[in-house]
Design a protein around this ligand. Structure first.
Ligand code: HEM
Length: 406
């Protein structure tokens, strides 16, 4: 058994996994991922003291073993102690932070709302929203794709599922944007704390005035029982927060980054227009290359031997999704290239196993509806300026993307 920790060794490569600028430089980050996969499939990142897994099969295997790799101790990058001390205290854990059997019981409460069949029932409503967005986006002028076309659909759908009124959408968006960044090492404690407090206050009011009847998600949460007990108010509020945060920025990123990829490589857009490739397959390729969330963590519950090293009980382990999605043993030597015509292999953008994204069908359908309508109704799309990306290690978002549609 070797206890070599590559990040400590003089002359060893180094991949700054806690720096946003590293991820914003695609060439550098792809080279870093390739080095990890080839040379150090299990790598110790000394500055924040965690292990890194970078191959697709390893991520899949670990995500299927919650007994050894727990979510309950945290799934975000370990913060420096002084940063951690400033974070708002957790109230009730979200399902994303639970292990079995508790996880299964809580997941069941909302999973019915997200089955492919229930999600397909939302397609008509999605087309109405997309129709409004396209109609209200000026033709032949420079517009921000993110504001006009990527933001509204996921936000309005999850807001409607949670029974949020149209007039409250601006607040809803502000909370969601502030909270997703909280999950990365750039966490800004004050903004996050304010947003959590406001969001909880808002939903506490809604729960109080809700009759408990009906088929919306809030009714399901109010009526739900886990082992004969109703959910506490904090548990209900945490569910609402998870759904808002998990379902909003991520899908926006898929759509915005997917469009950016098509605009930067017009031959790919042409392939799609000509029908050389089915749209759902192209969306899988967008998910693979865009990888909206870059990592989640697990904590080892016991000593585990892997790749000739020992992960000690209690060690954090990073699941590095964009690297796994570029694994050359799965996608070949051109795995870094965006190619909508390539054969689809399962990517890990929605995670894997126990915590596989509850909203995957919803996000895929939202993306399909948006691209179908845009391709049908606007024959020319052009990039009209610099793309402003979100400066974050955790999410691969885009703030603004100037485009002209004709
Ligand atoms: C492209 C869009 C999306 C991406 C890339 C994405 C990504 C992910 C990933 C990677 C996980 C796994 C977490 C883990 O293993 O620890 C996850 C879980 C989750 N996602 Fe998504 N997500 C997306 C859209 C959505 C939507 C639309 C919703 C709901 C409205 C949603 C709700 C959830 C929930 C509730 C979980 C936790 C599931 C559990 O712990 O059992 N996500 N998502």
């Amino acid at each position: 058994m070797t206890t070599e920790r590559a990040g400590d060794l003089p002359g060893a490569g180094y991949v700054p996994l806690d720096e946003a600028d590293f991820y914003l430089d695609d060439v550098r980050s792809n080279a870093g991922y390739a080095w990890l996969r080839r040379e150090h499939p299990l790598w110790w990142f000394e500055p924040r003291r965690f292990w890194v897994l970078s191959r697709r099969d390893d991520l899949q295997r670990v995500s299927k073993q919650p007994e050894q790799f727990s979510s309950a101790r945290g799934i975000t990058m370990p913060l420096a102690p002084e940063q951690q001390a400033k974070m708002p205290p957790a109230t009730a854990p979200s399902i994303i932070l639970m292990d079995p059997p508790r996880h299964n019981r809580h997941r069941q409460i909302v999973s019915k709302a997200f089955t492919p069949r229930r999600v397909n029932d939302l397609e008509r409503r999605m087309r109405e929203i997309v129709d409004e967005c396209i109609e209200s986006t000026p033709v032949g002028e420079t517009v921000d794709f993110v504001e006009h076309l990527a933001v509204p659909l996921p936000m309005r759908i999850i807001a409607e599922m949670l029974g949020v009124a149209d007039g409250d959408l601006a607040d809803f968006r502000r909370w969601s944007d502030a909270l997703i960044v909280q999950a990365g090492p750039e966490a800004e404690s004050t903004a996050a704390a304010v947003s959590v407090a406001e969001l909880f206050g808002y939903f506490a009011g809604r729960v109080q005035h809700h009759s408990g009847e009906g088929s919306d998600l809030l009714a399901a949460l109010i009526q739900a029982e886990v082992e004969g007990e109703r959910l506490t108010q904090d548990e209900i509020l945490m569910f609402c927060m998870t759904l808002l945060v998990a379902g909003n920025e991520t899908t926006r990123t898929l759509v915005a980054q997917g469009t950016r990829l098509l605009l930067e490589q017009p031959d790919q857009l042409e392939s799609l227009r000509r029908g050389d490739v089915a749209l759902p397959d192209a969306i899988e390729e967008m998910l693979r290359i865009a990888t909206p969330i870059r990592f989640f963590f697990r904590y080892a519950t016991e000593d585990i031997e892997l790749h000739g090293q020992t992960i000690r009980e209690g060690d954090p382990v990073m699941l590095l999704y964009p690297s796994a999605n570029r694994d050359e043993t799965v996608w070949g030597e051109d795995a870094d290239d965006f190619d909508v015509t390539r054969r689809v292999e399962p990517n890990v953008s929605f995670g894997f196993g126990q915590h596989f994204c509850l909203g995957a069908s919803l996000a895929r359908l939202e993306a399909r509806v948006l691209f179908e309508e845009l391709l049908r109704r606007r024959s020319r799309w052009e990039l009209a300026g610099e793309v402003e990306r979100v400066r974050s290690s955790f999410v691969n978002g885009i703030h603004h993307m100037p485009v002209v549609l004709r």
